[in-house]
Design a protein. Sequence first.
Lengths: 465, 179
Amino acid sequence: MSQNTATVPDERLVKGNHDFASITKLISDIPQEKTPLWWYIAFGIANILLAVMLAMVVWLIWNGIGVWGLNQPVGWAWDITNFVWWVGIGHAGTLISAILFLFRQGWRTAINRFAEAMTIFAVMCAGLFPAIHVGRIWTIYWIFPLPNSMQLWPNFNSPLLWDVFAVFTYLIVSTLFWYVGLVPDLATMRDRVKGKISKMVYGAFALGWTGGNRQWQHYEKAYMILAGLATPLVLSVHTIVSFDFAVSIIPGWHTTIFPPYFVAGAIFSGFAMVLTLMIISRKLYGLEDIMTVDHIEKMNIIILVTGMMVGFAYGMEFFIAWYGGFEYEKFIFINRALGPYAWAYWTMITCNVIAPQFFWVKKFRRNVTLTFILSIVINIGMWFERFVIVVSSLATDYLPSSWGYFSPTYVDVLTYVGTFGLFLTFFLLFLRFLPMVAIAEIKAVLPQANPAYYRSGNGNSSKSD
Amino acid sequence: MSTMQKTYGILAEFANPADLMDAAAEVRDAGFKHFDTYSPFPIHGMDDAMGLKPSKLGWIVLGHGIFGLLGGVALQSWAMSIAYPMHISGKPFLNFPAFVPVAFALVILLAAFGTFMGLFFLSRLPRLHQPIFNSDRIAKATDDGFFLCIEAADPAFSEKKTTDFLKSIGATEIEIIPE
């Protein structure tokens, strides 16, 4: 063997010539700077949308769910579509924070903090819809196993109840995971902010973190355990969401492919949402050294992979509809592509199957503008996927005499648009007051963080050779 | 300040993670027990350098997870067969396959609570104040400083000798922290 081999070094995760102090400054100074004008404008718009959402929810509760466009047989429409869409978006945050952590993907540190924030706020938006779609919301506590005067207990055989447990657990675990990761960075904020009150507030939430190794030791263990817990959880949550459909006997819902298909779709749409938010914030806050084009490329590869999985599932559904030999199933799929909801079906195919194909080409994967546009296209496509699954199956089920067609009312539309207000209000507050990148984790992936760096003669070490 | 003030410990600053890790190993070998190293991020290999035993957090989490599993199965079995037995399409009251998702969610939920509370229990947090915060320099530990503090509580501690010892192992700055 001749010496024709060479080690190809990995691309550096953090670009620019950063040391520990400049990373601290870059990230932790953002909440201390004067609030930029665009933030106030964006926050104002988000608040208006939030107010619209609240008004629509009050209107719905006051009048009953008849103010939505629901009819017989379409009893689930935008509400459940929005629920599945928002939960799915949340899943990318957990994938980045937990699964990529377990796979030791160092690049995740640049984006995990705000992907996790996105998860929490997306799950909050998602949780709204099942809560208000029950109609008599004042009895919503019946879904919890609480002792009550009627001696009534929930039906644990029902996937709808499993969903309650799964989504609540998901929201709580995601929040705990996010907060554990924040504690060392809140300590950094505590030690840097000037104002007395902000020092106290950051200090209180930092819980007295010192950065001592006797704390780091448990912290690292806790972080790994939480990642290990969140990984099966995130897969189970969307699996159980898909059970809401798959366990029923409606043609087009009653399929065993749903759990993996839903999970892949969730990651697909979630990564698109992370990209949308990331491309805007890295520009606005000048974080291009941390959230680099390499990150965008890696995420685009994941989008391509999960997009292909989703496309495969679309094809497989058709194959099984034919191969299964069940007339109603066969009909529902032909009807999806050619029937009254064909426009929604082909929107979905265009956005989810055709659009990501651009990412086969490296030049497109690394093109920020194209990525931004496609990330929005993909989220539109994934919304339509859920709409097609939920509505087209219900609208034309077994009995042709009871077929219907769903058209949304303004309440449907404004409630959905309003959830963006809820999401953006929280997200903007997060950008404004919390370190949006995990400072301690970013430092740990710098080459200088590794003691071996100083021993190989790179550093300016005085004695450690 | 008066010389009567009690000392909490001696804080030594080091230039970089490698120096800090070597120093920690020297302090460990010199027989000190009450000391800690402070850094802006966890340094891999530091646990061994300091001679720390592995974290016991896993056992706390395991306990909580088992409690979640038993509680989840018990809750569902009791609710479905004793408290509110109901025939649902001919299924048995104790329909264990259907209990898996909720029991699983409760295992994860309880284990996550266990991790969260266990982490802060083992790290002796939350605290509004730590004696180490009396130092003027320690704020750098959350930015770009690497420190080692030997506490006065250690039997081998002596203000003069420990200071000289820390200097001899490469400390760039020394500070005596009052209690």
